[in-house]
Write a protein that binds this ligand. Structure first.
Ligand code: AP5
Ligand code: MG
Length: 222
């Protein structure tokens, strides 16, 4: 079967993580989420976690070389038959590094899935986001858990991410517009960009992406 090598693009709070958990189930793909991996390094207090902390807490980006090494290692460990990357690449050098490394392995990207949403939507989403330590996602208004403050899936307490404070969200948005948004053109020029309206509800966005991926897969087989 043809492999799906996918990346998710989009501003903070557009719903990348929310859709990723659905898509990895639909297509049996390993989920490689840069933010989750970095947060785990922070929790465990590794060298990488210590280096990443100040950048993440300020709404900036972790240096390219650190993130590239971390992700390539993961792709080699888990992504032999396809992968879904969430939050990588986020800069042009990261995109070039990914393309080069895939080419060395005689592989290529299937698509870059852009989930887009305006800044106002993102701010509203992130202020109400809650998640458990395993990364299961909720929203106090749009997707509340059955029992307030407790994860439906594993009963763990729900927390707010430190970088979801309003001032940090503003900085993350500025970082996105400056460093990551140019990737839209980068992938469009390579005919890999697929756009999705992240302001629609979770199920609609999911249906739309799933249909697009089913079509892409059919085309690959023809
Ligand atoms: P990361 O964890 O990747 O954060 P992000 O890109 O800012 O994205 P978020 O996780 O905040 O948003 P999301 O799009 O996943 O939205 P979600 O599904 O949760 O990165 C964190 C940090 O790590 C970065 O700032 C950086 O410092 C560092 N980093 C990461 N990757 C890096 C890289 N490659 N290079 C350098 N540094 C890197 O949804 C948000 C909320 O909205 C939830 O509450 C959800 O329930 C709700 N929601 C989702 N969809 C909908 C919908 N359709 N309708 C209503 N509500 C919705
Ligand atoms: Mg996320």
């Amino acid at each position: 079967m043809s492999e799906l090598n996918l990346i998710l693009l989009g501003p903070p709070g557009a719903g990348k993580g929310t859709q990723a958990s659905r898509l990895t189930e639909d297509f049996g793909l390993p989920y490689i989420g840069t933010g989750d991996l970095l947060r785990e390094h922070k929790r465990q207090g590794t060298d990488l976690g210590r280096q990443a902390k100040e950048h993440m807490d300020n709404g900036g980006l972790v240096p390219d070389d650190l993130v590239i090494a971390m992700i390539l290692e993961k792709i080699d460990e888990e992504g032999d038959d396809g992968f879904l990357l969430d939050g990588f690449p986020r800069t042009l050098p990261q995109a070039d590094a990914l393309a080069e490394e895939l080419e060395k392995r005689d592989r290529r990207l299937t698509a870059a899935l852009l989930i887009d949403a305006p800044d106002e939507t993102v701010v509203q989403r992130l202020s109400g986001r809650r998640q458990c330590s395993a990364g299961h996602l909720y929203h106090v208004d749009f997707d509340p858990p059955k029992h307030e403050g407790v994860c439906d899936q594993d009963g763990k307490p729900l927390m707010q991410r430190k970088d979801d404070e309003p001032e940090t969200v503003k900085k993350r948005l500025a970082t996105y517009h400056q460093a990551t948004e140019p990737l839209k053109d980068y992938y469009d020029e390579r005919s890999l960009l697929r756009r999705f309206d992240g302001t629609r509800d979770v199920t609609e966005v999911h249906d739309h992406i799933r249909a697009t991926l089913a079509t892409l897969r059919l085309e690959e087989r023809l």
